[in-house]
Design a protein around this ligand. Structure first.
Ligand code: CTP
Ligand code: ZN
Length: 162
């Protein structure tokens, strides 16, 4: 009984790949966008949303088959799902379990909200670059203009994009 048995009924265990568990409820699609996965890569992906969790009340789960995500990739998940746990699965076994941690620098992924920032200039080759000011609550700062970004701003950027 309990959550693991219930999940088994929704999506079966995978053979090889990455299971991103304990995602805050409703954030699974945002996690896929952070990872740059559109579904058009041909990978088999399972999304489970709003299932019961002992730790979180409700949670989402993303299972990506055939892909062992690197720590660099999964740390970006911390931007929108700090509670996420990463499980690397090989031959049906969890061979590595890791937490996610916001990287000290985030380059090229997020847009600066300041319209006069140098990173927003047309034809300007400067990539947006943010440094971590604090992890909880999440605050990033644009290295070029000092504008700060919080978790809600970051989630909004990914929810707008398709
Ligand atoms: N999982 C999977 N396929 C496998 C092995 C595990 O899809 N072959 C999934 C499980 O369904 C679970 C997650 O990977 O969502 C972690 O598995 P496991 O460590 O066995 O579960 P728990 O002990 O419940 O994990 P935690 O301690 O992180 O809560
Ligand atoms: Zn800026």
């Amino acid at each position: 009984m309990g959550a693991p048995a219930d999940q088994g009924l929704i999506v079966r265990r995978i053979r090889d790949g990455t299971v991103i568990d304990h995602i805050p409820a409703g954030r699974a699609l945002t996690v896929l966008r952070i990872l740059g996965l559109s579904g058009r890569e041909g990978l088999r992906i399972a999304l489970v949303m709003n299932v019961e969790s002992r730790k979180l009340g409700r949670k989402d789960i993303v299972k990506v088959e055939g892909l062992s995500l690197t720590r660099e990739a999964t740390d970006l998940i911390a931007l929108v799902a700090p509670t996420a746990t990463i499980n690397i699965v090989k031959d049906y076994r969890v061979v590595e379990k890791r937490r996610v941690k916001v990287p000290d620098e985030v380059v090229g992924l997020l847009q600066c909200p300041n319209p006069t920032c140098i990173t927003r200039k047309r034809g300007e080759p400067i990539k947006p670059r943010f440094v971590k000011v604090s992890e909880s609550p999440l605050v990033l700062r644009c290295v070029y203009c000092g504008t700060k970004l919080g978790e809600e701003d970051i989630v909004r950027q990914f929810e707008g994009a398709h």
